[in-house]
Design a protein around this ligand. Sequence first.
Ligand SMILES: *Cc1c(COP(=O)(O)O)cnc(C)c1O
Length: 361
Amino acid sequence: MSHPLLDLPPLTAERFAAIERRVAALLHTEQDVVITQGEALLPLEGCIRGGARPGSTALNVVTGPYGQTFGNWLRDAGATVVDLEVPFHAAVSAQDVARALSGHPEIDFVSLVHAEAATGNTNPVAEIGEVVRSHGALFMVDAVASVAAEPLLVDAWGVDLCVIGAQKAMGGPAGVSAVSVSERAWRRLADNPAAPRRSYLSLLDWKERWIDAGRKALPHAPAQLEMLALEACLERIEEAGLDAVIARHRAAAAATRAGAAALAAVEPYVYRDEDAAPVATTLRTLDGVAADGLVARALALEPGLPLVAGGGALAKEMIRVNHYGRDADPAVVVRTLRTLAGVLEADPEPAVAAADAAWQV
Ligand SMILES: *Cc1c(COP(=O)(O)O)cnc(C)c1O
């Protein structure tokens, strides 16, 4: 019996290389792109274990849970870590980063999450990149939650290591990811005796066995279904136009923020519009309303809604409205607001009207 997912011919090196080039175009980069065969935590860990080592000092910007994970890996790799923690209702500013760098001239690695799906904020990578470049540190950015949801200009912004995943705004599976690697970053990894080698975490293995060998033979069998799905994501984004996809995510977030502001018992968690991530809108519950209970009641009414309660300690006070991929849609936003209004026993019409007025593409 034939099956669309089974008995596929092997993915060729040419096709793999072509997908890499399309990812590079998506990131606006001329740098090497390595498509990593696993969830985005794989290249993120590979970047940190390759870029940091005993003797290095890293500035780790923490604007959500992923920054905390990076700090642990950095310490694990033997680096001295300067954590710059920012409250989850805000973004980090270039001035904050500049202050941290001038307080610690020895910093040679900076890790930053562009947009945080978990806390709903987004950070000004362009301005931070300028500050990091003039300091001379290597700049790693986790763009998993920003790619295809907001502009991401890797070369113009001076990002040395930029990690993306397919599972958020690209609307793809979680099992494939990619990282762009600047010349400077390759040198840094090559100079690090502790950088992973002969390891699934090793970017240098990919450089030696795939890139420097002329991209003629893949080092091992690629995750074929995920590669095909990534190719389909890229095709769909190219067809719709990247700018249109970005505009749709931005509109979904703006409409959700505006609508939520019109509901009495919740408010946007992130204070300033410009700090709010297009990929997910976080809401704070007021008057002691428990966020997790509210989300459970909403999902009982409308099981498909892109709603989750905040993770860990945030479960009581944070609701997350995801706008990934197809959920960045006016009908989904309106249905979400109506359902939230229903469980809050509030009039939905002002929220819907505010959301409609704010939806601009
Ligand atoms: C979603 C996301 C990832 C991927 O992590 P998962 O835990 O697999 O979802 C990494 N970084 C950021 C900023 C993300 O939003």
